[in-house]
Design a binder for this molecule. Structure first.
Ligand SMILES: [Zn+2]
Length: 303
């Protein structure tokens, strides 16, 4: 996925036992992610920072507040440099989380709050919410289908978040999970690899094999040496994008540097000297060209 699509702002509330006790998550890194909404229509991430930074007299908090403008972590989660800390975003005496995940969410999960309603643009806030949950699942290696419960799922007798905020934007929890999955799926696509080597021309591979490798293989007799030349021929063909039976391969394979050194020192370099001493610069240039082709096939510069 695009891990830098949005910025995660980290500005932490003061440590206080009823909001930010400063205790590390029992699991070290977060084990799951609870999807909440603030239940407070129109209140921004910034407003919740101020609220929890000053809250006294009752235990409550969550890690991350997301509105249409920012993703704000007010308690360390482990997505940044600071290790994840506990927050008070569920009730300890409701045991659904313990049964499903083996831990209470306060001790092991990140509480993620969607800000909604009032002047908050649902679409913009929802996109950030989806991305942040996808970021967390990617960072901590969690399947979003299993590790993003809503608060309502953990405490159905008492809670209706984050389903109520999603509903305000015409979404369901199922939509949310599906959107997180597709946000992550973009990342799962392989990064295109730009080859750092050139495809060896089939004519070059064929000439080297026919002129040098095959005769050496035929003369080798003993098994290990014969195997070695057989492998060398296979590697030269692979570098040209063909297999032993001269079928096309999907992509040429980079040649080993040791193969280049061997072909150059065993055959091409001596042949070059012979040609030069015989006063045949055209032949000498030919051997030089062959050597540079196999160097390029191994990603090495010309000599
Ligand atoms: Zn909640």
């Amino acid at each position: 996925m695009n891990l830098s699509k949005y910025n995660i702002e980290r500005r932490y509330i003061v440590k206080r036992s009823n909001t930010r006790p400063g205790l590390r998550l029992t699991t070290g890194v977060p084990a799951f992610f609870v999807a909440h909404d603030t239940g407070n229509p129109g209140a921004s991430a910034e407003a919740h920072f101020r609220y929890f930074n000053n809250l006294q007299g009752r235990s409550a908090s969550a890690h991350t507040f997301i509105d249409d403008k920012q993703i704000l972590e007010i308690i360390p989660t482990g997505t940044g440099d600071e290790p994840g800390e506990k927050a008070w975003h569920v009730l300890y005496n409701v045991k659904t989380d313990n049964e499903r995940f083996g831990y209470n969410a306060n001790d092991a999960a990140i509480g993620v709050e969607l800000c909604y309603g009032g002047g908050i643009d649902f679409e913009q806030a929802y996109r950030r919410f989806v991305w942040y949950l996808a970021f967390c699942c990617t960072k901590f290696g969690k399947n979003p289908r299993l590790f993003i419960p809503s608060h309502k799922q953990l405490d159905p007798a008492r809670k209706i978040d984050c389903d109520q905020a999603l509903k305000a934007g015409g979404k369901t929890l199922k939509d949310l999970i599906a959107d997180v999955v597709s946000e992550m799926a973009v990342s799962a696509a392989p990064t295109p690899v730009v080859p750092d080597f050139a495809t060896l021309p089939v004519a070059v591979a064929t000439e080297l094999i026919d002129k040098y490798v095959r005769p050496a293989w035929a003369a080798a007799g003993q098994q290990p040496e014969a195997d070695h030349f057989h492998r060398l021929a296979t590697n030269l063909r692979s570098a040209a994008g063909v297999d032993d039976a001269l079928h096309a391969l999907a992509a040429p394979v980079k040649l080993h540097k040791s193969n280049v050194q061997e072909v150059v020192f065993r055959w091409l370099s001596p042949a070059w000297y012979v040609a030069r001493d015989a006063g045949d610069p055209e032949r000498a240039r030919h051997y030089n060209a062959l050597a540079n082709w196999i160097r390029a096939a191994a990603g090495l510069p010309s000599a």
